[in-house]
Design a protein around this ligand. Structure first.
Ligand SMILES: C[S@@+](CC[C@H](N)C(=O)[O-])C[C@H]1O[C@@H](n2cnc3c(N)ncnc32)[C@H](O)[C@@H]1O
Length: 240
């Protein structure tokens, strides 16, 4: 089964399961605030929310930047259908596409250069060998100096984090997914993909190799400490 199909089949339960994850929304909002702090003053910034899923990250962006125009992009039709079914400010758009296709075949909604790019829980879902290239492709779309924020789990740096992540997945996430009737395979995949994910140093290296500058990382709070990270970086070039 394709990963996008697996997300589609769990789309209805996705929001419920994230509500059972203490701090999920709070940490998305914290990452969104980091992006907001890096933006130039502009009346209506255009923000791309790559891998927007059911729109939880879109909501965090709009809560932090109520005047932004957010364009969500996701490869899963089911996740996007759940996002589109919610209420959004006028101008919010959702595009069905894979981020890998952005350069070769961009959707018409994505022709305007974004003021900032946000991607929560996306990069880990791409094959490791493609991640740097996809980051470089995203950068090609961005204006000089404009900010990128990535937000994702990583446990490669710490055995304590690996143990914590394994306990949370097998004692809480996977049993709760089963209780709600969701297919547990996506959540077993979630565990494995985080265990195998890049270290924070590797993500920072990828950002630099992809042509971003000032790459930096911070960890989250609560149980997410040293398990969930937010990366910030800027495109090369100077503002005019
Ligand atoms: C864990 S969800 C995160 C959703 C949302 N950003 C959030 O914070 O709740 C990851 C999303 O990335 C999407 N995704 C995975 N690979 C993708 C790709 N190559 N291109 C676009 N979207 C992708 C999946 O369909 C899924 O909806």
């Amino acid at each position: 089964m394709l990963l996008s199909d697996a997300f589609t089949s769990s789309a209805r339960r996705y929001d419920l399961l994230t509500r059972l994850n203490p701090g999920y929304q709070r940490e998305l909002r914290r990452a969104a605030r980091q992006l907001a702090a890096m933006l130039d003053a502009t009346s209506r910034p255009v923000i791309w929310d790559l891998g927007c899923g059911t729109g939880l990250s879109t909501k965090a962006l709009l809560k932090t930047m109520p005047h932004a125009k957010v364009i969500g992009v996701d490869a899963s039709a089911g996740m996007l259908a759940a996002a589109r079914a919610k209420d959004w400010p006028a101008g919010t758009e959702f595009v069905l596409d894979r981020v890998e296709n952005l350069v070769t075949n961009p959707a018409p909604e994505l022709t305007q250069t974004p003021d900032g790019v946000f991607a929560a829980y996306l990069l880990r879902n791409l094959p490791a060998e493609d991640r740097t290239e996809v980051l470089a492709k995203i950068r090609e779309f961005m204006g000089p100096d404009s900010p990128l924020v990535l937000h994702d789990y990583s446990v490669a740096d710490s055995n304590v984090a690996r143990a914590k992540w394994t306990l949370v997945c097998f004692l809480i996430v996977i049993p709760l997914a089963a209780l709600t009737g969701a297919k547990t395979s996506l959540f077993t995949y979630l565990w494995r993909s985080v265990m195998d994910n890049d270290s924070t140093a590797n993500v920072l290296k990828r950002l630099t190799q992809a042509g971003f500058r000032d790459a930096a990382v911070t960890t989250a709070k609560g149980w997410h400490r040293k398990v969930l990270y937010t990366y910030t970086a800027r495109n090369q070039g100077a503002r005019e």
